[in-house]
Design a protein around this ligand. Sequence first.
Ligand SMILES: Cc1cc2nc3c(=O)[nH]c(=O)nc-3n(C[C@H](O)[C@H](O)[C@H](O)COP(=O)(O)OP(=O)(O)OC[C@H]3O[C@@H](n4cnc5c(N)ncnc54)[C@H](O)[C@@H]3O)c2cc1C
Length: 420
Amino acid sequence: MRVAVLGAGVVGSATAYMLARDGHEVSVIDRCDRPGMETSFANGGLMTPSDSSPWNSPGTVRRIGKMLFDSHSTLKINPSAVPSIVGWGLKFLANSTTARHKANMVANIRIASLSLETLRSIRKATTLNYDQTTRGTMRAFPRGGRMARFVQMCREMEEWGVKFEVLNQEQILEKEPCLKDVIDRYIGAVFFPDDESGDAHKFTSEMARLATELGARFLMNTSVLEIVKQSSSRISHVRTSNGDVRADAYVLSLGSYSPILTRTLGIHLPIVPVKGYSVTLPLNGWNGGPTRPVMDDGFHAMMVPMGDRLRMGGKAEFARFNTEVDPKEGRRVLNDILKILPAMASHVDVESASSWSGLRPMTPGGPPIVGPTPYNNLFLNTGHGPLGWTMSCGSAKIAADFITHGRILSNRVDPRNYAL
Ligand SMILES: Cc1cc2nc3c(=O)[nH]c(=O)nc-3n(C[C@H](O)[C@H](O)[C@H](O)COP(=O)(O)OP(=O)(O)OC[C@H]3O[C@@H](n4cnc5c(N)ncnc54)[C@H](O)[C@@H]3O)c2cc1C
């Protein structure tokens, strides 16, 4: 079958690979010059089924209220974005009940676990290098923080296969001696042995390379202008800046821009862009940092080793499609990390750090939207929010299964959880 994948981010590129592996004739269309140049470019690098709890846990309203008035907060709402997020925001709050939050968390865990399993099998069958670490992740909690509540949530996630260990100060240092200067800050940590990490951009390029080796074509520097329908149940073609592209089936993976292209088809995707920042610091051979991703729950800061670089990040900002990098935000992220890793300042040129921002394509519940649409040859694979890389291989497999077999082959996931 001829399949056109719209978007060459991590989701579209992984989907292209899965479809090519299934024997389809695949074309991928993207407006950038290379795959993975937008939100999949410099994200946090975490491949973490353990992070499956959606952002709207019970008590969200109270917490958001507090965060908006805290100048050091990691959440910001730009007034210009308010009109565009009101409807979405109400759905976000409706999903913050205990029952909805748990259902969404389980749906996230299932697709993320399928993703990790799929990634590991791709790794076995191919050569993949994306500066990965496979040593788990650690979340450290300052005194007076929410560790007890977090451990309770881990127990709930454990029922669905997420393994964890609670660490005391001594055990934290056994795993990450670099925290010795600040160990008294922490009351303990939670370690997730199955989590992984790596460079999502390199991974996306690798997926595109593997797909190309299987015959997929990447049509870069090509904007999708319109998805043209033939009837109320069928897409006829895609109009692009380089002419029309016709296929037997189409997969939409345009990240935060997905809703713009489906509107004219009468499909209203509940996805809004949520801006986030990352900072990447070349380490130039210094190996005094963490050996696996470490999150500081107090600063809402993370540091992720990536080859000879350290990736750091945080922050959620509703600012519509604005991806301008505010240097103050990059500096704030770096300052928080220097509080956790003070030794870094005397070994590494922190001024050489580069800041980046990207737009998480967020659904109000948390799980992405993957599967068929009212158009029998249009499929969705979008809305992966803060976990797009973590879920990419799993949701690519689901999307490819729908096209190749008409149903999901894995019994790990329930398609209803990701339906439009
Ligand atoms: C700061 C930050 C940190 C993050 N950290 C993590 C993390 O640690 N782990 C994790 O799993 N996830 C993380 N995420 C989320 C993750 O990066 C995203 O969910 C993921 O990159 C989304 O991938 P995508 O392919 O759907 O979108 P994108 O990567 O944005 O890809 C969409 C593609 O569509 C193309 N496109 C859009 N419109 C058009 C058009 N009209 N015509 C042609 N092409 C078009 C774009 O060029 C782009 O290449 C983070 C996100 C941010 C912002």
